[in-house]
Design a protein around this ligand. Structure first.
Ligand SMILES: [Zn+2]
Length: 267
């Protein structure tokens, strides 16, 4: 009955149809060609961040939204005139809802008027910076995941609420300048593994240019820029994710302690 009203397509007709679909996909440049048996190149900022730091967002990736909002920045002092703070003007990470907002209109505006760069390159840096904030909050080192996912009492199941509660408490207790240090360090590490090399160098250069227009808390010192790519941020992240953080003296700031923990792993 059915075959009378809807005759089965011939094998040839099926193959023709599939080829036409493939051509459409090729025209949209949406094919996923990769060398057989090898991993595809990582371009997506969320994946790149997780791969570079060897962590996974848990229990889920942050929700990322693009927004037409065009926030403004009012310089609080004469020294702050001309600054373009990433988290005010270009994007933000809201830990309460685990949401990343990308202010794409401001990105396009500042890319053309201030940074003289591709909007897409600036967008990559902003997204990586915001994913870095998210990773400090809800990233879990691959090797430590089994301890968390299996760390529940017998007869029960994984409770991500406990993990999230502890991490949210920790991120709220970090000083703003330490949060920015962490985000900038992770962003710099992620840019440092971008392929091909020409793209990596272009984004490294843009990162430094953008950093030059940030408030001081976003600035990484030359030794940190030079050596972080050979460092291990694991101890720094573990420290940042505790609520009671040890410091050498009471007068040591969180930021100083964070920088020392990173420097301790320099080659
Ligand atoms: Zn930030």
């Amino acid at each position: 009955m059915c075959s009378k009203t809807h005759p089965k397509p011939t094998t040839e007709a099926l193959a023709e149809w599939a080829k036409a679909m493939l051509v459409m996909q090729l025209l949209r440049d949406n094919c996923r060609h990769t060398e057989f048996g090898s991993l595809p190149r990582v371009d997506h900022p969320a994946i790149l961040m997780q791969a570079a730091i060897q962590e996974t967002f848990r229990p889920a990736s942050p929700t990322e939204v693009y927004s037409d909002a065009r926030p403004i920045f009012v310089a609080p002092s004469p020294e702050a005139e001309g600054q373009i703070p990433i988290d005010i003007l270009l994007g933000c990470y809201l830990s309460r809802t685990r949401t990343i907002k990308i202010f794409c209109k401001n990105i396009a505006h500042f890319a053309s008027t201030e940074f003289n760069c591709n909007a897409t390159d600036l967008e990559v840096i902003v997204r990586l910076h915001e994913y870095a904030h998210a990773l400090v909050h809800i990233g879990l080192f691959w090797k430590e995941e089994s301890g968390v996912i299996l760390g529940y009492p017998t007869g029960q199941e994984t409770n991500w609420g406990v993990f999230l509660h502890a991490r949210s408490k920790a991120i709220r207790s970090l000083t703003a300048d330490t949060r920015e240090f962490l985000a900038q360090v992770l962003c710099w590490i992620a840019i440092g593994v971008i392929e091909p090399l020409s793209k990596r160098h272009a984004l490294q250069e843009l990162f430094v240019t953008v950093m030059g227009r940030q408030p001081p808390e976003y600035h990484l010192s030359p030794d940190i820029l030079g050596k972080t790519l050979y460092a291990d941020p694991a101890t720094l992240l573990a420290w940042a994710r505790q609520t009671s953080r040890s410091k050498p003296t009471r007068r040591t700031s969180d930021r100083q302690a964070a920088e020392a923990l990173l420097r301790a792993t320099f080659p």
